[in-house]
Ligand binder design. Structure first.
Ligand SMILES: [Zn+2]
Length: 437
């Protein structure tokens, strides 16, 4: 029996990534690293060996993508696996939307077969959008987290998730209790946290669906192991903020509910963060937590307009997230195009650089994973995607007349989607290949 030697792979194309955070509203930026018509070298172990202009020797398997764009795989820092079934649901704000659409859909994930099918379909859908890493909400059911972890491991993906905690204000079929939830979390942490490219996130749905006792349990898990992530929602919608104020009268603010329980730390990812005040922003910055900005969801559910400049001034990290099914697309380009529009409504302009950074290196740094994902730097794992610069006559006509790199990338970001995706690689292994030309 013969086994073929491990393949060293060389991809040729226009390489774009970041070496630092770009400035705000800065079109020429030293943090942008653009290397047109270069070779990206990927060792047999899946790590990036380096980049060079000249063609590599015959020891490399070569794929020529000249004239196409090569980016680090996108990182979606807030998305709900079971909500593919309720994406594009009409006519509700957050709290109605949860009760009318989302909770019934999540109930079905108690069934292991539904959970397994849903996890695999969801991760394949991410890869087909150029998203190679994600921070994911499954459901309250332990099996929904297990199946996601297993499906991510099978694909070699970097995935952060955890069983959702919710022990009140939800249908019977979606409620746990403190004791069982803690037992399930500990078991999942022991089996999956740190295995392959998986990490566990203590996953509080949001303050209204957890009792103070459950929030205290979640905080104790975080304090016991600083390598655990934490994910939740905060200050998305004004009715939600009012409700939290009623439920937690002793807390200074919605964010303070989490701060008091020790849930804000450098591995915390808080979705939305729209209705925050200056004190909240100061607390967030001091904690090292990041906010996952979900523009398409915020527009679709009418939740509000995120103040990105205030976040930068306060000094906490902002990443970009689809928040499907409140968000209307898994595509990070669609998400970032919406982020531009949200800033425009506030009289500001989001550059293509600040936008793309928030879905690549910025997200990786916020998660403490910049040694592994988010750039094309040597030593990181080769999670990379190859894109057409333009797909279809409108985008092609626009691309033909661009002046300068920012204009080209901004037009790409605004006009492209999954039809532009040629191929996705996870740790140097092909995991999506476009079928049509
Ligand atoms: Zn969400």
């Amino acid at each position: 029996m013969t086994t073929s030697p491990p393949t060293r792979l060389a991809l040729r194309g226009d390489l774009l990534d970041f070496t630092a955070r770009p400035g705000w509203a800065q079109l020429e930026d030293p943090a942008v690293r653009f290397r047109p018509d270069h070779w990206l070298l990927i060792e047999a172990d899946g790590r990036i060996a380096g980049v060079q202009a000249e063609e590599p020797d015959a020891s490399w398997t070569k794929r020529d993508h000249s004239g196409q764009l090569i980016l680090p795989g996108f990182i979606d820092t807030h998305v709900h696996c079971p909500q593919l079934d309720v994406i594009a649901s009409y006519g509700a704000e957050l709290l109605d939307w949860l009760n009318t659409y989302t909770f019934p859909a999540e109930t079905r994930y108690a069934d292991p077969a539904v959970a397994k099918f849903g996890a695999e379909r969801f991760l394949d859908a991410l890869l087909a959008q150029g998203t190679t890493s994600a921070v994911v909400f499954p459901t309250v059911h332990k099996v929904s987290a297990e199946t996601l972890f297993e499906a991510a491991a099978a694909r070699g993906m970097r995935l952060i998730t955890g069983k959702v905690l919710m022990d009140r204000h939800a249908p019977d079929a979606l409620r746990d209790d403190v004791l069982h939830a803690e037992r399930d979390c500990i078991d999942l942490i022991q089996r999956f946290h740190g295995r392959d490219r998986l990490a566990y996130a203590v996953t509080v749905r949001f303050a209204p669906t957890s009792t103070p006792e459950q929030l205290a349990m979640a905080g104790a898990l975080c304090r016991a192991d600083a390598s655990l992530y934490m994910q939740t929602h905060v200050a998305e919608n004004r009715s939600e903020v009012d409700w939290v104020a009623q439920l937690f009268p002793q807390a200074r603010s919605y964010l303070d509910v989490y701060a008091r329980e020790g849930l804000l730390h450098p591995k915390a990812v808080l979705a939305h963060g729209i209705w925050l005040d200056d004190e909240d922003r100061r607390v967030l910055a001091a904690s090292g937590a990041q906010v996952a900005h979900c523009p398409s969801s915020n527009l679709f559910l009418g939740s509000g307009l995120f103040d990105w400049v205030a976040a930068r001034e306060a000094g906490y990290a902002v990443s970009a997230a689809s928040d499907v099914g409140g968000g209307t697309s898994l595509s990070m380009q669609r998400t970032l195009a919406d982020a531009y529009k949200v800033q425009a409504l506030g009289g500001r302009r989001l550059t293509a650089w600040a936008a793309l950074h928030a879905a690549t290196l910025g997200a990786a740094e916020g998660l403490g994973l910049q040694q592994e994902i988010g750039s094309l730097a040597a030593g990181t794992l080769a999670d990379v995607c190859i894109w057409d610069w333009a797909h279809g006559p409108v985008a092609q006509a626009r691309d033909a007349v661009v002046r300068g790199l920012h204009e080209r990338v901004f037009a790409w970001l605004t006009l492209s989607d999954d039809r532009n995706l040629v191929a996705s690689y996870v740790a140097g292994q092909p995991c999506y290949q476009r079928q049509h030309p």
